[in-house]
Design a protein around this ligand. Structure first.
Ligand SMILES: Nc1ncnc2c1ncn2[C@@H]1O[C@H](COP(=O)(O)OP(=O)(O)OP(=O)(O)O)[C@@H](O)[C@H]1O
Ligand SMILES: [Mg+2]
Length: 366
């Protein structure tokens, strides 16, 4: 049986390991926490991501290694890649970890981005403000997630406090996009270069954290879908990417601007577990193991609601057949993703009605 090593044991690793059981693949995870979500469903090595002994143990046991978060040290990825097949390749990590490299790559493949400028000092920030203006957002180049490491500027007077707020770390200043909607495109590319895409998803964020995904995104023309796929394919080909890749997009009229990418399975694809013929998790495993990709068609209408900070008491969501509750077994903490609910419905009206009820329940308990 093929054994896939997964660097990271969070909920994404857990859902990868769950999908693996259905395609006859075994998983082994590496995570510093002894009680990681993935350790509930697959064996785990407990160790730091830069612990060479742990990395050697993972490489020796696995046929293929992958990762479930993009802040794996690139040095660790290269160390692994010298010993075992590692997908996606270290290049995907390298580009996704640095907002300047990432945006430059988007521009190279013809995918627009908001005007931006790299900033590495207070002086460079005021120069960048002269060009980019306000409203804008200052983001650390590296290590941001769930809206952490970023601050908005409404006036040039905010420069000083914004620079402090990002910890004076190398950053980028980018123009605030007056988007109509946020979308994401999830693609998957196999070892033989074959690629498949899920329909565009609409994403709604709250305080910088993904709250709701709706699939397929409403009001998407075949042309818009084709444009998103063409750009995502170009990004994957440039990186030699193998596995799932997600690109977060802003929709402004019929134009798409890229925000950022994740070289891994993505929160805006959790609905695929019940809502697509093949889930993003299974397709990621298929891709990295050299298997044929599964169908990305949708038999129904889906929505996903993240459970953030706390989980409503058992039974709160009812036993509706449309409702699928996933809990990650993590301790409650403000702003932490603890689980999600996927709604599967035969039509958009039913989906939106159940979505309204689920979001109210998620918001109003406790
Ligand atoms: N330039 C922008 N214009 C408008 N809104 C923005 C801009 N940049 C970020 N946002 C808003 O903040 C959210 C989070 O931003 P971003 O994806 O860059 O941060 P992150 O911390 O890396 O998040 P993630 O959890 O997706 O990794 C975006 O989804 C969007 O809602
Ligand atoms: Mg994001």
């Amino acid at each position: 049986m093929t054994l896939v090593g997964i660097v990271g044991g969070g909920q994404l690793g857990m859902m990868l390991a769950e999908a693996a059981t259905r395609v006859g693949i075994e998983c082994l995870t590496l995570d510093p926490a002894p009680d990681s979500p993935a350790s509930r469903v697959a064996p785990a090595i407990v160790g730091a991501y830069d612990d060479e002994r742990a990395l050697i143990e993972l490489a020796a046991a696995a046929d293929v290694v992958t990762y479930e978060f993009e802040n794996v040290p690139v040095a660790s990825a290269r160390f692994l890649a010298e010993r075992v097949d590692l997908f996606p390749p270290p290049e995907s990590l390298e580009f996704a970890q640095d907002r300047v490299l990432e945006k430059t790559l988007f521009e190279e493949v013809g995918l627009g981005v908001a005007p931006f400028s790299p900033v590495s000092s207070k002086e460079e920030l005021s120069e960048a403000l002269d060009v980019i203006g306000v409203p804008s957002v200052l983001k650390t180049r590296r290590l941001g997630y769930d809206g952490k490491g970023q601050v908005r500027l409404a006036s040039v007077e905010d420069a000083e406090s914004a620079w402090r707020a990002v910890g004076e770390a190398p950053s980028i200043l980018e123009s605030l996009v007056p988007f109509e909607r946020e979308l994401s495109i999830l693609g998957v590319r196999g070892r033989n270069g074959a690629a498949a895409f899920y329909p565009l998803v609409q994403n709604i964020h709250r305080e910088g954290i993904l709250r709701v995904s709706i699939a397929p995104a409403p009001d998407v023309s075949p042309e818009l879908q084709a444009t998103a796929e063409r750009h995502a394919l170009a990004v994957m080909e440039r990186l030699g990417h193998v596995g799932v890749l997600a690109i977060e997009l802003f929709r402004v009229g019929e134009e798409l601007l890229a925000n950022e990418m994740a070289p891994r399975v993505h929160n805006s694809g959790h609905w695929t577990i019940e809502g697509a013929a093949t889930s993003q998790f299974e397709n990621h495993l298929r891709a990295i193991c050299g298997l044929e990709l599964g169908s990305t068609s949708l038999p129904a209408y889906s929505a996903m609601v993240n459970l953030i900070g706390s989980v409503p008491p058992e039974g709160s969501f009812g036993l509706d057949p449309e409702i699928n509750l996933h809990l990650y077994g993590k301790a409650s903490r403000p702003s932490r993703k603890l689980g999600h609910v996927t709604i599967i419905a035969p039509d958009p009206i039913t989906r939106d009605r159940v979505l309204g009820r689920v979001t109210r329940t998620a918001d109003n308990h406790g």
